[in-house]
Design a protein around this ligand. Structure first.
Ligand code: ADP
Ligand code: MG
Length: 363
């Protein structure tokens, strides 16, 4: 177990800059997720930590040890990949113990470590099977088990759940989280799936085209995104974004949007930006579907016409047409509007995010 620091880490392949000056701190025992769209440099960052890629510039430190120049086997990391390449001719037990046998670990210790990991992962009754006789989820658990038995200081996982079907993904991610918590291993996990990142992580590092956008606890990144990219990438269904004109005054901000008016509190804009706001300033007004409800009672409201209704069980999403723009909102599934019905929408004004349309940064 150890902390991990990436200090201004960059990696280029010829003229392609895969990651650019990443500064990331992972505390001992923490679960950090690198999150971002395909091609943003997540795997490159993970491979640099594993020692599978050399850095172009920068430094990687485990605890107080600079490991930048160390070979992969000297780093005490274990890695799980998306395609969990198990040895087909070996049993689960042999697959799990392979790394330890290579290191000439004493037989009794191997048996103990494999038994413990198998117990953790619900593989005890499957130890004599071959990979071909396992389901996809069981195979992925063997791959996790094979990494865990080595008792690494740092556990690295590159989209380990991507090949599993939906139900299995959810169960396996719960197992990974439980295992990581119980073993207290520092973990760096890569995914493009924002929901996976939200449920698993202590800290999420959001990346875009090789650059770190924001790093913080899941709910901080969800509630307080630094820019339009993070706001749009995190959360499903996605945040509504509409153009607005701001009229700031002494005790709040009047927002004109979709031909209507919404009044926001002063702290809808960050203190350092209060001075910068001008009358008639253009902004992008962001609000999550779950922060706008059909009916409701509080003061800040918009009016529109429901045109698409999607019940998802505990709640329903309703697409509402306002002046030709669509706003996705939430409704009580037991009190749904009819398609075409005029609806009144209540906004949680404290949850509105305003962005500069030019820089796409939060105002
Ligand atoms: P992600 O894992 O987020 O999908 P990657 O780290 O795999 O992204 O890739 C980041 C960028 O680096 C991409 O533009 C990719 O094409 C490029 N890249 C990755 N590996 C290589 C390589 N070996 N040679 C050249 N370019 C690469
Ligand atoms: Mg990748």
């Amino acid at each position: 177990m150890t902390s991990v620091s990436l200090r201004r880490v960059s990696k280029s392949y010829g003229s392609v800059v895969a990651i650019k000056s990443l500064d990331i701190e992972v505390r001992d025992g923490q679960f950090l997720t690198l999150l971002g769209p395909s091609g943003c440099g997540k795997s490159t960052a993970l491979n640099c930590i594993a020692g599978l890629e050399r850095l172009t510039t920068g430094q990687i430190v485990f605890g107080d040890r600079d490991i930048t120049e160390l070979e992969p086997h000297e780093r005490d990391v274990a890695m799980v990949f998306q395609d969990y390449a198990l040895y087909p001719h070996m049993s689960v037990r042999q697959n799990m113990s392979f790394g330890l046998r290579q290191q000439h670990t004493p037989r009794a210790a191997i048996e103990r470590q494999v038994a413990t990991a198998a117990e953790f992962l619900g593989l005890t009754t499957l130890l004599e099977r071959r990979p071909a006789d396992l389901s996809g989820g069981q195979r992925q658990r063997v791959a996790v088990g094979r990494a865990v038995v080595r008792n690494p200081s740092v556990f690295l996982m590159d989209e380990p759940l991507s090949n599993l079907d939906a139900g299995l993904r959810i169960r396996t991610r719960t197992e990974i989280k439980r295992l990581q918590r119980e073993l207290g291993i520092t973990c760096i996990f890569v995914t493009h799936d924002q929901e996976e990142a939200m449920v698993l992580s202590d800290v999420i590092a959001v990346m875009r085209t090789g650059e770190l956008q924001q790093i913080g606890p899941p709910m901080a990144v969800f509630r307080d995104p630094v820019n339009l990219f993070v706001a749009s990438f995190i959360g499903s269904p996605a945040m509504n974004i509409v153009e607005a004109i701001l009229e700031p005054d002494a005790d709040g901000i009047t927002c004109r949007l979709l031909g209507q008016t919404v009044r926001l509190p002063q702290d809808a804009v960050r203190p350092e930006n209060h001075q910068r706001l001008s009358q008639g300033q253009k902004a992008l007004f962001g609000i999550r579907p779950t922060d706008v409800v059909v009916q409701g009672t509080t003061s800040e409201q918009l009016v529109g016409r429901a045109f698409l209704i999607e019940p998802v069980g505990p709640l329903a999403y309703v697409d509402v047409d306002i002046e030709g723009s669509a706003l996705r909102v939430t409704a009580d599934p037991d009190r749904l509007p009819a398609v075409g019905e005029q609806v009144t929408l209540t906004l949680a004004v404290g949850r509105v995010c305003l962005f500069d349309p030019q820089t796409e940064m939060r105002l």
